[in-house]
Write a protein that binds this ligand. Structure first.
Ligand code: GRF
Length: 187
């Protein structure tokens, strides 16, 4: 059984789709939901699926506490689904080509520092872009610059607001993220 951990800081709608996707799988299991926010809604979602949770502070993560937990649980893959802290290099190096992130835009556009959540959709709107989308990529030491595994696009109309753009992007994320993760795990 391949063991996956999901790191999330917020609502966790992607985490929920991933947990639902792998429920009953004979190939892989979501073994841990880890968050830097004890009151993040993703924790409720984890309970609903009976997935163990782990919370930690930024300081603890930087001191290696999260890495130790992932190793103790024998985690094979780390999935970042709305995780907002910068991952320590030591942790990235412990999962070479085994750490995946989803970014709510078509990288390399709208990536890098400060480009997360609503900031991304506001920037897309302000630029007047006619499309946006999702990027699923491996994580390396350079934020949002790891190898791109998958992208999908959606149209942006002049009527769209940052909120409606966010909804369109979430729809794509929910549709594709679980199956792209599964394809990465091999057969
Ligand atoms: C997603 O849009 C993801 O791309 C971004 O953070 C958001 C998390 O949403 N990195 P949710 O917590 O999964 O609902």
């Amino acid at each position: 059984m391949i063991k996956l951990a999901i790191l999330a800081s917020g609502s966790g709608s992607n985490a929920e789709k991933i947990m639902a996707h792998f429920q009953g799988s004979t190939k892989a299991a979501i073994s841990l939901i880890a968050s830097n926010k004890a009151d993040a809604f993703v924790m409720e979602r984890a309970k609903k699926f009976g997935v163990p949770t782990f919370t930690f502070t930024r300081k603890e993560m930087d001191a290696g506490v999260l890495l130790a937990k992932l190793q103790e649980e024998k985690i094979d893959w780390v999935i970042l689904a709305g995780f907002l802290l910068k991952i320590p290099e030591e942790l990235i190096r412990a999962f070479p080509n085994r750490m995946v992130n989803i970014h709510p835009a078509l990288l390399p556009k709208y990536g890098g520092k400060g480009m997360y959540g609503h900031h991304v959709h506001e920037a897309v709107k302000a630029a007047g872009d006619t499309e946006t989308g999702i990027t699923i990529h491996l994580v390396n030491e350079h934020y949002d610059e790891g190898k791109i595994i998958f992208q999908a696009a959606t149209s942006v109309t002049p009527e769209d607001t940052p909120d409606s753009i966010a909804q369109k992007v979430h729809t794509l994320e929910h549709r594709y993220f679980p199956e792209v993760i599964e394809s990465l795990l091999g057969s």
